[in-house]
Design a protein. Structure first.
Length: 261
């Protein structure tokens, strides 16, 4: 029979193992283990991040998007969402950032925004955050996740940067280590929404390879920019994936339109 001391040691070892992956449950959102990097208003405004502006039509459009996404995800008990686009230049990284912010405005939600675009990481740049480490350091060098997370001084929002470029990013995103991390993220915080900012579907294999491991995918297209054939091809590639909907991003008037699939 296991002694009380052995049992205690095993429990402590298990706790240390879990804490190496994720920080303790932050029910009160006091970021004691997460780096806080305050953002600058000029960076937010230059990069069109919601919190850099006064409330207006643009913010309300993202709140509407947030509400419709959460309603659909809650109905299916989903909490992981990948955001991608058929091709470059549609604004899917900005959409991921602003959707994450709008969800974090909900008092009973928290958001983990993960930059999984290793060839062209954009999330930290959009927030004006400077860092050299991220998800790639966890996947390649076993760097603990809690040492990589950043809070941009916004309530209930945490960012996991992409880190260094990986030439084998497609394989690493499908690795057992990454799949275990996604499973841990999905099950640890019931009220947390995890958003993955992904590369375009038609230019890299990363998104197609990784999409089976998240609950659903949101596609961002730009009216007047995305070609119909590209959108059809992207939809065909995701035919076996839960596609939450399509966002029509209109850069001319800063309004987004959402269409459920």
């Amino acid at each position: 029979m296991m002694s009380q001391m052995e049992s205690k040691m095993e429990t402590n070892n298990e706790s240390r193992s879990k804490s190496a992956i994720l920080p303790a449950d932050s029910a009160h959102f006091s970021y004691t283990q997460t780096r806080i990097q305050p953002t600058q208003i000029q960076d937010l405004q230059r990069n069109r991040i919601l919190t850099g502006f006064k409330p207006g039509k643009w913010l309300e459009s993202f709140k509407m998007l947030r509400t419709r996404c959460l309603q659909s995800m809650d109905a299916m008990n989903w909490n992981t969402l990948a955001i991608s686009s058929p091709t470059n230049g549609t604004g899917n990284s900005l959409t991921a950032a602003n959707l994450a912010i709008s969800i974090a405005m909900e008092l009973d939600r928290s958001v983990l925004l993960i930059d999984a675009n290793f060839q062209n990481p954009s999330i930290c740049r959009l927030f004006g955050i400077k860092t050299e480490t991220g998800l790639s350091d966890y996947l390649l060098n076993d760097k603990p996740i809690n040492e990589l997370l950043i809070n941009p001084d916004m309530e209930r929002l945490v960012i996991l940067p992409a880190g260094k470029e990986m030439f084998n990013s497609t394989e690493m995103l499908r690795s057992p280590k990454m799949i275990r991390l996604v499973s841990e993220l999905k099950n640890r915080y019931p009220s947390r929404i995890i958003i993955f900012d992904m590369p375009p579907l038609l230019s890299q294999a990363d998104t197609l390879g990784f999409s089976p491991y998240v609950d659903c995918v949101l596609l961002v297209v730009e009216e007047g920019h995305t070609k119909v054939d590209d959108l059809k091809q992207a939809a065909l590639m995701l035919k076996d994936i839960n596609v939450l909907g399509t966002i029509f991003n209109k850069a001319t008037d800063n309004i987004i339109k959402y269409k459920e699939v």
